[in-house]
Design a protein around this ligand. Sequence first.
Ligand SMILES: Nc1ncnc2c1ncn2[C@@H]1O[C@H](COP(=O)(O)OP(=O)(O)OP(=O)(O)O)[C@@H](O)[C@H]1O
Ligand SMILES: [Mg+2]
Length: 363
Amino acid sequence: MNQSLGIMTLTPEVTNEYFLEIAKQSLSYPIDLYLFSPQGISPLNETVEGFHFDRVTGEWEKDAFEIPEYIYDRTYYQKDMKSRQARAVVQWLKNQKHIRFLGYGLPNKWHLYEKLKQTSLAPYIPVTSLVADGKHLLNLLLKHKDIIIKPVDGAHGFAVYHLVFNQQSIVVRTTKKQGIIEQSFPNEDVFLKWVDHMLKVHTFICQKRLPNLTKGNAPFDMRILMNKDHKGEWREFQRAIRQGEENGILTNISRGASYLSYSEWKDTQNSHGWDFIDEELTSILEEVPILLEKHFSPLFEIGVDLIIGDDHSLWILDLNSKPGHKVVDALQPGKLSTLYQAPLDYCDFLSSQSLSSLRRGDF
Ligand SMILES: Nc1ncnc2c1ncn2[C@@H]1O[C@H](COP(=O)(O)OP(=O)(O)OP(=O)(O)O)[C@@H](O)[C@H]1O
Ligand SMILES: [Mg+2]
C-alpha cells in the first residue's frame, strides 16, 4: 500500500511551483501526495478538505481525505486570527501519535539563543538580549552604539531595526517597501516613547550590529540550505552568498537581496585566510543540525544564516526550519530534481524505519 504525504500550508494553491514539482516526482514513489491547509482539517472526524495529486491526470484535484500519515509542514504564520487558529490545529496534529511530521520546527529566536549559547556552538552565537523595556534598550544602545533589534518571532526581515547612537541623537533605520526609512530622535524621552509603542506590538531581541558590509556598503551574509537524504543523513544542499541593497540592513531575498555563488564571491575577496574559514564552516555545519535535533525536535531541512565578519569571524545569525528553495534554482538548477525528490526520499526513509521497528516488535 502507498504511503500518504501531505504538504501543509496556509494557502494551498495548485499553482505553487515547488509543490507541483514535488508532486510530479511523487509519481515515481509509492507515495500518494496531498496538499492542504490546517484550516481544512476537521479534528472531530479527522478528515481534511484539500487537494490530492491525481496519478492519472498528473494534476491536483479537489478532494476530501483522511489526515495523511506523513506531513511536510510549510506553514508560515502571521499575527492574524487565521494564523492563530491554524497554529492550534498544527499543535494538535503534532501530538497525534499516528501522524509523523518530516520536521517539527524550531522555537522562536530567543528560545533558540538560550539553548544554543550553552552548546559547543556558543562561540559562534552573537550575544543577544531580550529587550525588557525602553530603559533597557536605551542602556544597550548607549553601551554598544550600533545595534539591531528584531522580533523574536520575526521572519523575512520583518520589523528589523538598526539603531545608532551618536553624540547628538539616536537614529533609527528600518526597511519599508519604498526602501530604507530613517528617523532621528532629538532626546531620550521621545526615543523612549517610540520604544514603548514598539514593545506593545512585538517582543524584541537585541544584538550588536555585526560587521557584514561589502566595500560598496551593502550588507551580505551566507545562506546554507541543509536537508536529509534518502538515508536520513544530513547533507549540505546549497551554499550561497546573499547580498542586500547598498546602505541597506537586510539580506533577505524577499527584500531585494540577490544570490551569488559562494565560489564566485570568494574569488572577488582577499584570498588570504579562506582555507581556514572553509574548515571552520564545515565543522559548524556538521554540528548545527545534530545539536538542533538533540535540543529541540526532529527536522528534515534547515536554512543556516551566517555572517562572515570583516575580521573573518563567523557568526550564526539565524536558523530557519522552513527555509526557501529558490536559491537552488538561482545557483544550481541542475540540482532541482534532487531538491524536489528530497521530501519524498525522506518520507520513504521514515516509513522504512517504522516498518523495521514494527518487525522488531519494539514499541
Ligand atoms: N546582529 C546583526 N548584525 C547585522 N545584521 C543583522 C543582524 N541581525 C540581523 N541582521 C540583518 O537582518 C536580516 C534579518 O535578520 P534575521 O535573519 O535574524 O531575521 P529574519 O530574516 O526576519 O527571520 P527569518 O530568517 O527567520 O525569516 C539578516 O539577514 C541580516 O541581514
Ligand atoms: Mg533570516
